[in-house]
Design a protein around this ligand. Structure first.
Ligand SMILES: Nc1ncnc2c1ncn2[C@@H]1O[C@H](COP(=O)(O)OP(=O)(O)OP(=O)(O)O)[C@@H](O)[C@H]1O
Length: 318
């Protein structure tokens, strides 16, 4: 971080941001962001979630300077992206969704070129250090086109960190990446965060958000519908789910006013969602038995982020 940079408690402040895409021949105008406001506190791993088309990429592209917002303000590390574009840009590193490299550059050259673009003197560049950080030192001089998909993603992260920004934004960092590689990328994100980098990521994998993020904001139709510490969000519903295997095929589902949800989760499996404050798993089983089901097996789980996400986004759609 250079001395000219102003630290604030929030790494990013988003206020009343609206983005309206103009109509094209093929599509009508689209309100992609509808007055979005939230803060990303410094030092956190912050998850930005939402269904397809919610507006996540639009927001990231506005921060990256590739999409112009219609109105509202964004401050990055205290710098307004319109009035102090240069410092705002220096404070953030963005890893885009698509992987684009010139196939004939080596990882080392990709990082050196990026350093040059930021005007970093050759002696001050950290290309080799970054290659080590993303475990690509042995690919230093290979053509970018010969790297695997996961290696390319790691190189993109190194590229976004060339100017040592205090904030790193990753748009779908693990989309289409296998499980082992996903874990490697998670480790990398956690290492960077432990070194003090504030990380913002969008993801479709709710498990990823639940494991990595300190705080999660959910957007839907360009509006904020939740913004809470992950643990609070997951615990929000206080719901529990009990899956009961019964002795025969389920034809008619049992009913009780206290069941939040009751669904058939297999030929002989009934899944009941209930509120821990209202009833216990034992009472659910008792009710099932009263209604003529003999219980063969039972498993329970707490509601997870996926349940919260489905509930919040479907409530909005209703
Ligand atoms: N250049 C554009 N012109 C017109 N409409 C656009 C443009 N880019 C995005 N949109 C529309 O704006 C809305 C938000 O899109 P955006 O890509 O920001 O969503 P997203 O949350 O990132 O979704 P995904 O997870 O699928 O990338 C969508 O309805 C999309 O079709």
């Amino acid at each position: 971080m250079s001395e000219s940079e102003t630290a604030t408690e929030n790494a990013i402040e988003i206020r009343d941001v609206v983005k309206r895409y103009a109509a094209t021949k093929k599509a009508p105008p689209k309100l992609a962001l509808d007055g979005l406001s939230f803060d990303v506190p410094q030092g956190q791993v912050f998850g930005l979630l939402g269904p397809n088309g919610a507006g996540k990429s639009t927001l990231i592209n506005i921060m990256a300077g590739t999409v112009t917002k219609t109105s509202g303000t964004i401050r990055i590390w205290g710098h307004d992206i319109d009035r102090d574009h240069r410092n705002a840009k220096l404070a953030i590193g963005i890893v885009p969704q698509e992987i684009i490299f010139d196939p004939f550059f080596t990882p080392y050259e990709v990082l050196e070129n990026q350093g040059g673009m930021y005007g970093i003197a050759k002696a001050l560049r950290r290309s080799d250090e970054l290659l080590r950080a993303v475990r690509l030192e042995d690919k230093r001089n290979a053509y970018a086109r010969s790297l695997s998909g996961g290696m390319k993603r790691r190189l993109l992260i190194a590229k976004a960190m060339v100017h040592s920004p205090p904030i790193l934004v990753l748009d779908e960092p693990t989309a289409g990446v296998d499980v082992e590689l996903r874990r490697q990328l998670w480790d990398l994100v956690q290492e960077l965060n432990a070194e003090g980098v504030t990380v913002v990521l969008t993801t479709h994998y709710l498990e990823e958000a639940e494991q990595l993020c300190d705080r999660i904001a959910i957007i839907n139709h360009g509006r904020l519908i939740a913004n809470k510490p992950t643990r609070e969000l997951v615990g929000m519903m206080g719901e529990k789910i009990v899956a009961v295997t019964v002795d025969r095929e389920v034809e008619a589902l049992p009913a009780d006013p206290r069941f939040r949800k009751c669904v058939k989760a297999g030929d002989r499996v009934i899944e009941v969602t209930y509120d821990k404050a209202e009833m216990t798993a034992g009472e659910v089983l008792g009710l099932l038995q009263d209604q003529g089901f003999a219980v063969e097996d039972v498993s329970t789980r707490e509601a997870d982020l996926e349940d919260v996400f489905v509930q919040l986004t479907s409530a909005e759609a209703a």
